[in-house]
Design a binder for this molecule. Structure first.
Ligand SMILES: Nc1ncnc2c1ncn2[C@@H]1O[C@H](COP(=O)(O)OP(=O)(O)O)[C@@H](O)[C@H]1O
Ligand SMILES: [Mg+2]
Length: 250
């Protein structure tokens, strides 16, 4: 199937500061890509750039055949990008129901009841807890609520930034299971994660960013947790005799 998102030699940053120096990356329709890398590599900056929240300095972002680099967040939103930032963005003293209502508010001709039903079918756990304050949900459930608030707009690509941060092992499993389910349901996902084991287990492709550059891009099964440690530290992985030709970029 045709590629949906093609990022080519992208440069972006904050004001005069350059953070992304050379990012080329393609995400195909229905693909689940894990974007990995050490702290400060520019992973969050790349997701923010895919939501129009940084300064575009060069290169292209082609989305479904159209150039979109440098556009405003509302353009990314209306073109089908869904963004789940790191941390919590819900309204803690409002119920799950009310949070979803807030998320549905921006929909044109929004049928709030219908949208909520759609989300509750996807996330039955949230349905069970619909009358609870969002702030009283467990960490894992709150992360599902964050994803639900983005999924409600039926994005064509979901950008998720470090959903496992601060969660218990059980909650991490819950969140990853839901991500896998969203993907199995046909959704395109670009996931930033520091939990590399879980990320390469769940995703189809692993892309490593280091110092604002893509240094590795391969099927997730072609890179091990140990390789990733090496890539993060040194930017390269030692050739393994039996591994054949690595798909990564060196
Ligand atoms: N709003 C900002 N203004 C200026 N610099 C920033 C801003 N946000 C992040 N940075 C810098 O950009 C670099 C990459 O950060 P980030 O994209 O958050 O990395 P990662 O998500 O890979 O840990 C870091 O050096 C960070 O200090
Ligand atoms: Mg980050």
């Amino acid at each position: 199937m045709a590629a949906e998102l093609v990022i080519h030699q992208l440069r972006a940053g904050y004001g005069h500061l350059d953070i992304l120096h050379d990012v080329s990356l393609t995400v195909k329709h229905g693909e689940f890509v894990a974007l990995l890398g050490p702290n400060g590599a520019g992973k969050s900056t790349l997701l923010k750039t895919l939501y129009g929240m940084t300064t575009h300095k060069g290169g292209t972002i082609t989305w479904q055949g159209r150039e979109i680099a440098g556009a405003k967040p509302r353009d990314f939103l209306s073109q089908g990008f869904g963004y789940v930032p790191q941390g919590r963005c819900n309204f803690p003293t409002m119920s799950v129901d009310e949070n979803l209502e807030m998320a549905a508010y921006t929909l044109k001709d929004g049928d709030i009841e219908g949208e909520r039903r759609y989300v509750y079918e996807l996330f039955p756990i949230l349905h069970k807890r619909r009358h609870e304050f969002a702030g009283n949900l467990s960490g894992g459930e709150q992360q599902l609520l964050e994803m639900a608030m983005a999924v409600l707009r039926r994005p064509q690509i979901l950008l998720v930034d470090e959903p496992s941060v601060g969660l218990s092992p059980q909650a991490i499993t819950l969140v990853f299971n839901e991500l896998k389910r969203l993907h199995q349901g046909g959704r395109t996902i670009l996931l930033v994660e520091q939990n590399t084991r879980k990320a390469i287990e769940a995703a189809e492709r692993a892309v490593v960013l280091r110092l604002g550059k893509v240094i590795w891009d391969s099927p997730a099964g072609d890179v091990s947790h140990a390789d990733l440690g090496e890539l993060f530290m040194t930017g390269r992985v030692q050739e393994r005799a039996a591994a054949g030709t690595p798909h990564g970029i060196h």
